[in-house]
Design a protein around this ligand. Structure first.
Ligand code: PNS
Length: 161
């Protein structure tokens, strides 16, 4: 059984993330989408909220599970028996940071490889930070986030963001 993990902050999940989840789920028997902590980010949504958004928007995709973990990605991969870490690449600007993380994770857990999937061209520019900024300033995020969680995201960001 080929198990892959797709880690991220997912604060909140965007159509760009879902594009990668759809692509990756077709390549592995099981894909675990795991909400993790990024030391350089201060999330707006709680881990439970982020997991709930992911659950609702991926429930129709076969082989996808949602989880969270507070430790190292390399340890989580070992715990789950995963052979692969999946990351999405948007633009060249993502590369350096992702390259550094992939090599660090390989050093920490040589059993696991990172594979990069290219996002659809229509989501190349999209990020959760952009979505939060647009929603906070009253803009339309309908083209960026899944329809089933759009109103909740907007309400929450405008209340607390
Ligand atoms: O969506 P993001 O914020 O780009 O995802 C980054 C994330 C959460 C995958 C990364 O920060 C991470 O792996 N955090 C867990 C702690 C860890 O393993 N750090 C070392 C990675 S090199």
């Amino acid at each position: 059984m080929k198990i892959a993990i797709y880690p991220g902050s997912f604060d909140p999940v965007t159509l760009g993330h879902l594009d990668i989840i759809n692509r990756a789920s077709a390549l592995f028997d099981k894909l675990i989408v795991v909400v993790m902590h990024n030391v350089s980010k201060k999330p707006i949504f709680s881990v439970e909220e982020r997991k709930e958004f992911l659950r609702r928007t991926t429930k129709h995709i076969k082989g996808v599970e949602i989880d969270s973990f507070g430790g190292l990605l390399a340890d989580y991969a070992a715990k789950q028996g995963a052979c692969t870490i999946v990351k999405g690449l948007r633009a060249v600007s993502d590369f350096e940071y992702e390259f550094q993380m992939a090599l660090t994770n390989r050093k920490l857990n040589p059993e696991v490889d990172t594979v990069f999937l290219m996002t659809s061209a229509e989501y190349m520019y999209l990020s959760s930070s952009m979505v939060k900024d647009i929603a906070l300033h009253g803009g339309n995020v309908a083209d960026f986030v899944p329809a089933e969680i759009e109103s909740e995201i907007i309400a929450r960001i405008r209340k607390d963001g």
